[in-house]
Design a binder for this molecule. Structure first.
Ligand SMILES: *Cc1c(COP(=O)(O)O)cnc(C)c1O
Length: 392
């Protein structure tokens, strides 16, 4: 056909077909909004809900389907949907499950933007949102109401680090027919097997360890149950959450090294956390693998690792200005949100403003331990602590 076409049309329509059966280790990057059907019958036969065929770029291409299948497998689930950010994954769960008149429970240490989202749902969408002590355990049973539909869990909280008893919460919820969703980002799906502990819906911020490069925003929602997956799929279609295929490829490219990176972050973070425990400036190190972290015994029972994120509480004699100077004085630790990337990061938080009942008087600083040498990172913290002391 192409021989008779004008050059202008030939730019778009060509008879050339690349030969089939190209095989290589990387997954191909399939960019598409429009997906082509060989004929009308094929178009009518395909259903966006079934991953057995392609219908429209928004519902997936071979690139997204491959990432989704791998993420489901890592997490021990059966179904997965990727969305444009971790927060979009939270929204997908909230909008798929909650309707006007429903009640949702969240831990007080929940990821801040999730708290903000349910407060918005409460104000404008007729839902009630209530917050529970992350250490409530089976006591969650007393908080459930007739209209409680969903309980969020997150272990540990990504700033204050309390480890919830997720199995106890799931058992109490199951007895009442209430769904449990878990933000399992801290464990990357590696160190905590959420489905084995009774969780119904797992959410991941792929922005963190799965990407590992501090260069991608993406999220995932993973389920085991077909009916639950159908609700997630419907909400995904209705909300129109599309992801860019180049970004999906970046996550696919990082996945093979995730186990090694996670373990390297983990061992470096434990070494630095233990070193910080000995420092007189620090009153408490909030790292789930340390005995004095709230929920440590639950971490020990349920988790197989810890990754690179933890927080410290400064002795109350240090003013906010001094702690800010400590953070400013770090050279290798950069100031910035997010974590799971190769670079070490550090953020001071105003906990008294974030939590109703926060037990500590001293300021909190959160560390993301990257992949630099532990000796260099410790030297950096030591020099900045010394400088902060000198400015007392
Ligand atoms: C970062 C993060 C999210 C949100 O991920 P984004 O991709 O930044 O929207 C959700 N939960 C936790 C625990 C996170 O750390």
């Amino acid at each position: 056909m192409s021989e008779k076409l004008s050059p202008q049309t030939a730019l778009l329509h060509s008879d050339y077909q690349a030969p089939a059966a190209f095989d290589a280790l990387p997954v191909g990057i399939h960019h598409a909004s429009t997906v082509l059907f060989p004929n009308v019958a094929a178009m009518r036969a395909r259903n966006w809900k079934e991953k057995g065929g392609y219908t429209y770029g928004l519902h997936g291409t071979p690139t997204t389907f491959t990432l989704e299948a791998r993420l489901a497998q890592i997490e021990g689930g059966r179904h997965c949907r990727v969305v444009p950010s971790g927060l979009a994954a939270i929204a997908l769960v909230n909008f798929a499950i909650l309707k006007a008149g429903d009640d949702v429970l969240l831990p007080e240490n929940v990821y801040g933007p999730n708290r903000d989202q349910v407060v918005w749902l409460e104000r404008d969408f007729g839902i009630t949102a209530r917050f529970y002590d992350p250490l409530v355990g089976s006591g969650i049973a007393d908080l459930m109401q007739e209209n409680t539909r969903l309980i969020w869990t997150e272990a540990p909280g990504s700033v204050s680090m309390e480890v919830s008893d997720v199995p106890a919460i799931c058992a109490a919820a199951r007895a009442r027919g209430v769904l449990v969703a878990m933000d399992n980002t801290w464990s990357a799906g590696l160190a905590f097997k959420a489905f084995e502990h009774g969780v119904d819906i797992v959410m991941q911020a792929l922005t963190k360890y799965q990407s590992g490069g501090s260069d991608v925003l993406m999220g995932a929602v993973i389920t085991q149950d077909d009916e639950l997956n159908h609700k997630i799929e419907l909400a995904h279609m209705r909300l129109g959450f599309g992801v860019g295929m180049d970004d999906v490829y970046l996550v696919l490219r990082s996945l093979p090294s995730m186990r090694l990176r996670f373990d390297a972050h983990d061992s470096a973070a434990r070494e630095i956390a233990q070193w910080l425990q000995q420092r007189p400036e620090i009153s408490q190190v909030l790292h789930p693998a340390l005995a004095d972290c709230p929920g440590h015994l639950i971490w020990k029972r349920d988790f197989s690792g810890a990754g690179g994120l933890f927080s410290v509480i400064f002795d109350a004699r240090y003013s906010e200005a001094q702690i800010d100077r400590f953070v400013d004085g770090l050279a290798l630790f950069k100031i910035g949100f997010s974590w799971g990337g190769a670079h070490s990061l550090c953020v001071p938080y105003r906990m008294q403003a974030m939590r109703q009942s926060w037990p500590h008087r001293g300021g909190l600083v959160r560390f993301n331990i990257g992949l630099e040498s532990v000796a260099d990172l410790i030297a950096d913290i030591a020099q900045s602590l010394d400088a902060a002391n000198a400015s007392e």
